[in-house]
Design a protein around this ligand. Structure first.
Ligand code: PEP
Length: 246
């Protein structure tokens, strides 16, 4: 499977700087073997869409509502994202689970909505530091996989240990390998053998050019969800080049 590298810009970037950043990625993307996606804030989608149109870089968003339309002030629906030119959406990121109280059931409903709108969902799961220290990481993450994915899921799952996000800390290679193998097994249980094997499992959490090659070579790591380092096109592209040897 081609590795997938997605940049999660979070709540960063005004329109002009976002377009310029996207342009730098798009210009270099032709020489990169990985599949690339950029997920800017909603307000920059309109500025970036013409920049990425016709390039090898996909455009994604960072959330969507579970309903297609209606009285949901401040929310954006999956059909709206598709209409704006998006092809993917990050769902259930730990920052949304923590700051907006998103539950597995809500993530599942949003994922269904994204699929119905033709978007590729990138569903995030991950344990807290307390859960890892208590020895519950695999149980927690596999529970999130089972509860956050709808029947017939097709898309991407991102394993992001919460304690590794934005901290500069990463799990050991053995811990990443153990978790990705467990997530693969949970996907097969949830979706069946063929569909479970078809899902790419990304690693996310302090991925940088310096550690990307090692992380991306671990079995069952099908790419990376990159936060902070994706704001610098050179770093993002260096990470993508690290994936190219897979
Ligand atoms: C993220 O928030 O999805 C993420 C992986 O962030 P960072 O790379 O900054 O740890």
């Amino acid at each position: 499977m081609t590795p997938l590298i997605a940049g999660n810009w979070k709540m960063n970037g005004l329109r002009a700087e976002s377009a310029e950043r996207a342009q730098r990625v798009a210009r270099a993307a032709a020489g990169v073997a990985a599949e690339l996606w950029l997920c800017p804030p909603f307000t920059a989608i309109g500025a970036i869409e013409p920049v990425l149109r016709g390039t090898r870089v996909g455009l994604g968003a960072q959330d969507c509502h579970a309903r297609g339309n209606g009285a949901h002030t401040g929310d954006i629906s999956a059909p709206m994202l598709a209409d704006a030119g998006c092809g993917a959406v990050i769902l259930g990121h730990s920052e949304r689970r923590a700051e907006h109280g998103e539950t597995d059931a809500q993530v599942r409903a949003k994922t269904e909505a994204a699929m119905a709108a033709g978007l590729m969902p990138i569903v995030c799961v991950g344990e807290s530091e307390a859960e890892r220290l208590a020895g519950h990481a695999v149980h927690v993450v596999c529970g999130q996989v089972a509860a956050s994915l709808p029947d017939g899921f097709s898309g991407v799952v991102a394993y992001e240990p919460i304690w590794a996000i934005g901290t500069g800390r990463t799990p050991t290679e053995a811990d990443v390998a153990e978790m990705h193998a467990a997530v693969r097994a949970a996907l097969r249980d949830r979706l069946g053998e063929a569909a479970g094997n078809a899902v790419r499992i990304l690693y996310g959490g302090s991925v940088k050019p310096e550690n990307a090659r090692v992380l991306l070579r671990i079995p069952e790591v099908g790419g990376a969800l990159v936060g902070g380092a994706s704001l610098d096109p050179d770093s993002f592209l260096a990470i993508a080049e690290g994936a190219s040897g897979k």
